[in-house]
Write a protein that binds this ligand. Structure first.
Ligand SMILES: [Fe+2]
Length: 179
């Protein structure tokens, strides 16, 4: 952080989240990654998420649940690979949906990088939209699929996320239209 309180995104030593805005309808923020850090596999229940790589290079692995007969939130089960690749800025934003687009994803920074995240609606434990972390076990006999198991801890001990204050221009969100 420099003397103005600004975060040098390319100089962070831990994953750093700059929270920009949150209301009932959406939340928005930027994750800054140092090279080599991984944000582990996690889901976005009932949510649509737009992610935009702002700079750098990132490896993204993402899955969608293989649909069963129930619509209830899954904890363990078979998932199909939706994304398994490297993204280099500049590139198009990606969007995930409740049941498609790679709703369960992980990020590994190959260089210092930053990702703008817009979540709609936001996470909410009270409203049945908690963040759950998973381990993935590829199935050699079933290429493109993996068995996902919920991690027992609410927040993985190998995940460190620091907070930083957003100092950019304020968001002009009309109360009546959105929030
Ligand atoms: Fe995510």
């Amino acid at each position: 952080m420099n003397s103005n309180g600004l975060v040098s995104g390319q100089g962070v030593s831990e994953i750093t989240y700059i929270h920009i805005y949150e209301c009932d309808q959406f939340s928005m923020g930027i994750f800054c990654f140092p090279a080599g850090r991984t944000f582990p596999l996690h889901d976005h229940p009932g949510m649509t998420v737009l992610s935009k790589l702002l700079y750098g290079s990132v490896y993204i692995k993402a899955y969608d649940w293989v649909r069963g007969e129930t619509c209830s939130p899954r904890t363990n089960g078979l998932a199909g690979t939706a994304i398994d690749g490297i993204f280099n800025a500049p590139c198009e934003p990606s969007v995930l949906f409740p049941r498609s687009g790679g709703n369960i994803h992980s990020f590994t920074a190959l260089t210092p990088c930053a990702i703008l995240d817009v979540l709609s609606p936001p996470y909410s434990d009270d409203l049945g939209r908690p963040s759950t972390y998973f381990l993935d076990f590829p199935i050699p006999s079933l290429p493109g699929y993996a068995w996902l198991e919920e991690r027992e801890v609410k927040l993985p001990c190998d995940l460190v996320v620091k907070g930083a204050t957003y100092l950019g221009p304020p968001l002009d969100v009309p109360d009546d239209d959105l929030c």
